[in-house]
Design a protein around this ligand. Structure first.
Ligand SMILES: [Zn+2]
Ligand SMILES: [Zn+2]
Length: 352
């Protein structure tokens, strides 16, 4: 059997380059040579703690789920893809038959296998086999890196869709990490004209301007409610998107929207519960909406990126080779202030 290199999580805090079996594509799959993989907060969480909620790393696992690559082999039943195509890979494979899948809300399917979520391996390796419907060809105008980052961009697109962001609206976004940044870009594409980014780090707010943010709030020096009131003439924002994952940000998001506003929750708080001013929500008829991953975003993302010639360079703060994956994890852990998104390359590309 053919082998490949994989940078595998052996136990929390320990990654090892290993030779492992190269996956064999089934009749409905394609084999993809990995070209770029984003390092996600969830990967870092598995690396540090060995689990996320109910998902526990019991066996060595290959992390990484934000993937782009090139098709090198196709299964017998696959007719619409061809060898040599560059593609973005949607990481969640769902059952296709449950009521959520049938109704189009397949991100709620219980029978999902998601890359880099135990027990399923991810993409910090040379090859992955993927079912054909999870593979989206991209044109040469889209870089490998931008194609890989369609995954976090999808979360932003879904958040904006859940919040029903419309042309001319004001959106406030709590947290300018990768998901906050992608939400800003998605809000801009949806026609939002005022996009207020909130973060503790000035460097992130600076980068956020290249992702569509029009106004910023530097926490510690400025207050969200004052700044939002000032920008909106006292009305409040139409939509708040919470990506920071903490109770204070959640409360700020609820307070930042106008009467009838929408509050979209993407960030997961460290504790399961957070305080909510229920009478404020009821009196002002607010909508509070959860976001779990995304659905039906990949084709849309590819079209938007091509049409608007978008790239996600402003949020990429580091690039590493596959054998340097552990260094990337450590950088993400020790230099949180200056790290937004790191990308791993299995093979050295010309530009890195
Ligand atoms: Zn991710
Ligand atoms: Zn299903």
């Amino acid at each position: 059997m053919a082998t490949m290199k994989a940078n595998t999580l052996i136990r929390p805090g320990q990654l090892n380059m290993r030779d492992v079996d190269r996956p064999e594509p089934g009749p409905e799959d394609v084999l993809i040579r990995v070209r770029a993989v984003g390092l996600c907060g969830s990967d870092i969480h598995y690396y540090e703690h060995g689990k996320i909620g109910p998902y526990v790393v019991k066996e060595p696992i290959i992390l990484g789920h934000e993937v782009a690559g090139e098709i090198v082999e196709i299964g017998d039943a696959v007719t619409h893809l061809s060898i040599g195509q560059r593609v973005a890979v949607e990481p969640g494979r769902t059952c296709g038959t449950c009521r959520f899948c049938k109704s189009g809300r397949y991100n709620l399917c219980k029978e999902v296998s998601f890359l880099a979520t135990p027990p399923y391996d991810g993409a910090f390796c040379e090859y992955i086999a993927v079912r054909h419907d999870l593979v989206f060809p991209v044109s040469d105008s889209i870089s490998d890196e931008t194609a890989a980052l369609i995954e976090p961009f999808s979360v932003g697109l879904h958040a904006v869709e859940r919040g029903r962001v419309a042309a001319g609206e004001t959106v406030v976004i709590m947290g300018m990490g990768p998901i906050g940044m992608m939400s800003a870009m998605a809000a801009k594409l949806a026609g939002a004209t005022t996009i207020i980014g909130v973060d503790l780090e000035e460097s992130r707010l600076l980068a956020a301007k290249d992702m569509g943010v029009t106004h910023t709030v530097l926490l510690g020096q400025e207050e969200v409610d004052h700044k939002v009131a000032e920008i909106t003439g006292g009305t409040g924002a139409d939509v708040a998107i919470e990506t920071a994952g903490n109770g204070a940000a959640f409360a700020s998001a609820v307070a930042a929207v106008s009467r009838g506003g929408r509050v979209v929750l993407v960030g997961l708080p460290p504790t399961e519960t957070a305080e909510l001013n229920v009478s404020h929500v009821v009196d002002n008829e607010l909508d509070i909406l959860g976001v779990f991953r995304y659905r039906n975003t990949y084709a849309k993302a590819v079209a938007l990126i091509e049409a608007h010639q978008l790239n996600f360079d402003p949020i990429v703060t580091g690039r590493f080779l596959l054998e340097e994956t552990e260094a990337a994890f450590n950088q993400a852990l020790v230099d949180k202030a200056n790290t937004i998104k790191l990308v791993i390359y299995p093979k050295k590309p010309a530009s890195v």
